[in-house]
Design a protein around this ligand. Structure first.
Ligand code: EPU
Length: 421
């Protein structure tokens, strides 16, 4: 397993290009299954989760060509298997995203149940209940979801709670259903909007993406007609590098990014003392060499503060001036990074879903271990401001969601290197 060795203390300075969004590319690649013709997807990030998705599609018989710029040509016309096996689903829960498209297009799917996960239970009951309401027969047997349907029927779905991949799965299923589907209490995340744009490009009729009510008029078929879809920029990758700039008292400019979908994060960075200037596709953060102020926050569905940025702001608060309170409302177990940060000298107290962080001027290097994707990123950030050399182990979690993190941070002047094992 590769490790990262990071020597802290250098303020980050420079420019970076932000990659395509993992959490938009994953549902879009699953959504290609709905197309009657080959389709091309661009700005796909080079990540372990994308490789896993391509392997999953490949095993189903989908034709795939990836060029060096990570444009992916997908040919779903020769599909011969409708199964997402346990060995892939257990490494990437987002595999569940093939369920809706498979049932809608081919009338059958066998998808392994994802099981537990480092950040919480993460059931998929709402995905299944929604598909059942649309007429799918669903049975859970031997750890697999077996779903069958002749043609799904549009209906009104009211989701019990806001679920991102649940909304995406049901929205994809509804594109080919007979009649109109209304999804209420839908997720408003920008990645849901990107998926809806992609599906509409293929001829779907989805309205309301970005609001909490989606109206989907079913169509008979979807086809890309030779068009190429470009995946949106990754707002969480962007936010992570901005926090790195802020924590180290640096100056960082991001390119190929969207500031309009980062409001809650930029607001917290401004509160911490950062000067931020945005254009249509750049964000520049300048800390003027200052130590950040503590910022309290509460995670909630978009447009509120994203849970995927919680760990990174924990790292910022660990070295900020003041006391912060962070409340996690989306996942019940998303504080796994706290114990590792405590090993680096952070002063953090956790009570149920709330953490109290008393900022210290400096952290100390220590060997630490990554437990999930965003937790790993937060440990890398903490290492950037720690005295000495930190070794971050189990970084395959980082490779799931951050494209070339060590190269990008090195480009900003960080002392970081990957040690292969
Ligand atoms: N939930 C249920 N039942 C369901 C579905 C969800 O109880 O059927 C609960 C979950 O257990 C959780 C809450 O609803 O407590 C919200 O979960 P959601 O379904 O929105 O999460 P997700 O769709 O599995 C996506 C992202 C996550 C991100 C969350 C929240 C993808 C591929 N994953 O997960 O991204 O944290 O939304 O915004 O889009 C990451 O990138 O590191 C990551 C974990």
């Amino acid at each position: 397993m590769d490790k990262l060795m990071i020597t802290g203390g250098t303020p980050l300075n420079g420019e970076l290009r932000i990659s395509g969004a993992k959490n938009a590319a994953l549902p879009i690649l699953a959504g290609t299954l709905l197309s009657d013709t080959p389709i091309s997807v661009g700005n796909v990030p080079h990540l372990l989760d994308i490789t896993t998705t391509l392997e999953l599609l490949g095993r189903m018989g989908v034709g795939l060509t990836v060029d060096e710029k990570l444009n992916v040509e997908v040919d779903p016309t020769a599909i011969k298997s409708f199964t997402a096996p346990y060995d892939l689903v257990k490494t990437m829960r987002a595999s569940i995203l093939v369920l809706g498209p498979l049932v809608a297009k081919f009338g059958r799917a066998e998808v392994s149940l994802p099981g537990g996960c480092a950040i919480g239970g993460r059931p998929v009951n709402l995905h299944l209940a929604g598909l059942a309401q649309m007429g799918a027969e669903i049975e859970v047997r031997n750890g697999y979801i077996h779903a069958k349907a002749k043609r799904l029927k549009g209906c009104r779905l009211v989701l019990d709670l806001v679920t991102v991949t649940g909304t995406e799965n049901l929205m994809m299923a509804a594109t080919l259903a007979e009649g109109t589907t209304i999804i209420e209490n839908a997720a408003r995340e920008p990645e849901v909007v990107d998926l809806a744009r992609f599906l509409n490009m293929m001829g779907a009729n989805i309205q309301g993406a970005g609001t909490d009510v989606l109206v989907i008029e079913g169509v008979d078929s979807l086809s890309a007609n030779g068009q190429n879809y470009r995946v949106m920029p990754d707002r969480i990758e962007a936010g992570t590098y901005l926090v790195a700039g802020a924590m180290t008292g640096g100056k960082v400019k991001l390119k190929d990014v969207r500031s309009d979908i980062l409001d809650a994060v930029l607001q917290k960075l401004r509160e911490s003392g950062a000067k931020i200037v945005t254009t249509e596709d750049t964000i520049e953060l300048d800390m003027d060499g200052q130590r950040p102020h503590s910022v309290s926050l509460r995670t909630a569905p978009y447009p509120a503060f994203p849970t995927d940025m919680q760990a990174q702001f924990m790292a910022l608060n660990a070295v900020a001036d003041g006391v912060a309170v962070i409340t996690e409302t989306i996942f019940e177990n998303r504080f796994m990074h706290v114990q590792e940060m405590q090993r680096m000298g952070a002063d953090i107290t956790v009570e149920s879903n709330t953490a109290i962080i008393r900022g210290k001027p400096q952290l100390n290097a220590a060997p630490v271990m990554a437990t999930d994707l965003r937790a790993s990123a937060s440990l890398v950030l903490a290492a950037l401001v720690a005295e000495g050399q930190t070794v971050v182990d189990r970084i395959y979690h980082i490779d799931r969601g951050y494209e070339c993190i060590e190269e990008k941070l090195a480009q900003l002047g960080a002392e970081i290197r990957r040690v292969p094992q």
